[in-house]
Design a protein around this ligand. Structure first.
Ligand SMILES: [Zn+2]
Length: 339
């Protein structure tokens, strides 16, 4: 039995293994406010699903407050520390396991990750746990060798504290909190589809160094999908698994831990297929932000009620119920199942 609360290291690996074995995915929710974090934890607790809470650089800055007389990097570090301490204090009381993660950090934002890992070092000495369970380093815009080399350095550093690394191969379309591309600015749409040979290369060079997960693009877009714009091809994930297993001369299995970015608005069929091919983490941000905003809109504009936080909570609980059901993570928490 794993204790409820923030998990990392071997427990995070166990969670990934269970999700892949039982063919479900964990929702990864981008937090924009502290009450949203509480609502999402509450939903996870009600439906007995473990959950991934993630934070972007821009949101971390916002949470600390743009008015601070500090650099953006300092603000984002303070904001991330606020969210992490809040989550560490609270998560264990909700009876489920929580993975705490930072979202897209490109080359410019690596100093932020460095600050957070240094804080984890300090935090580990005090509390025997890192501050975050994993960090994403997104160098998908750079040549693959450069991407892998930098990830190699950081995965070794992370692993010494039991922190996992999520990397990106290929490009997720759309923009999220200042990172990414508008779809019409991507000249070569082939970049939206990761080459399985790149997954093989990254896996071979990185996987043995720690807890690696890969956001491979198969036509994913951040934000809301425009019908007919791009076609999702989850078979890219299966092709990657097959290529690696063939090279290792083992029977086909989901050897790679895949992450699905831009999950909002995807079809059930594409989601099921992606989970079947090894996706354990499903990033869904836009749909949750909409649920939250609808709660505010209905109460303030439609019902002329300025006390809207109960309604944003209800909207999020309702949306999260659908999400847990869709991803199959309901009742699967590793705190109560020892399979
Ligand atoms: Zn993303």
């Amino acid at each position: 039995m794993i204790k409820p609360g923030i998990i990392w290291g071997k427990h995070y690996k166990q969670l990934i293994d269970k999700a892949k074995r039982h063919q479900y995915a964990l929702p990864a929710i981008n937090i924009t406010t502290m009450d949203m974090l509480n609502n999402v934890l509450e939903a996870a607790s009600i439906y007995k699903s473990d959950i991934i809470i993630q934070l972007s650089y821009e949101r971390a800055q916002f949470i600390a407050g743009y008015g601070l007389n500090k650099t953006p990097l300092e603000c984002a570090t303070i904001g991330a520390l606020m969210v992490a301490t809040h989550a560490h204090l609270l998560a264990k009381h909700y009876g489920i396991c929580v993975v705490l993660h930072t979202d897209h950090a490109n080359r410019r934002l690596i100093p932020w990750i460095e600050q957070l890992v240094n804080l984890s070092d300090y935090w580990y000495k005090q509390h025997k746990t890192p501050l975050f369970s994993s960090h994403m380093i997104d160098l998908s815009e750079e040549p693959i060798d450069q991407n892998i080399d930098t990830c190699k350095f950081w995965l070794k550093r992370f692993n010494s504290l039991g922190i996992g690394l999520e990397m990106e191969l290929g490009i997720t379309g759309g923009e999220e909190d200042g990172i990414g591309h508008e779809l019409n600015s991507i000249k070569n749409t082939d970049l939206l589809y990761t080459n399985p040979a790149d997954v093989l290369k990254a896996y071979n060079e990185l996987n043995h160094l720690g807890n690696l997960s890969i956001a491979a693009s198969f036509g994913n877009i951040h934000g809301v999908y425009k019908v007919g714009n791009v076609r999702l091809k989850p078979t890219i994930l299966q092709d990657s698994q097959r290529l690696i297993c063939q090279q290792k001369n083992i029977s086909l299995s989901n050897i790679v831990n895949f992450v699905f970015h831009g999950g909002s608005g995807s079809s059930r069929q594409n989601i099921m297929e992606a989970i079947e091919y090894g996706v354990f983490k499903f990033n869904i941000s836009t749909d949750i932000q909409f649920a939250y905003s609808q709660g505010i809109y209905q109460e303030t504009i439609t019902n002329n009620n300025c006390s809207y936080l109960h309604f944003t909570r209800k909207k999020i609980l309702k949306k999260m119920k659908e999400v847990f059901h869709l991803l199959g993570s309901k009742n699967q928490t590793i705190t109560s199942h020892c399979s």
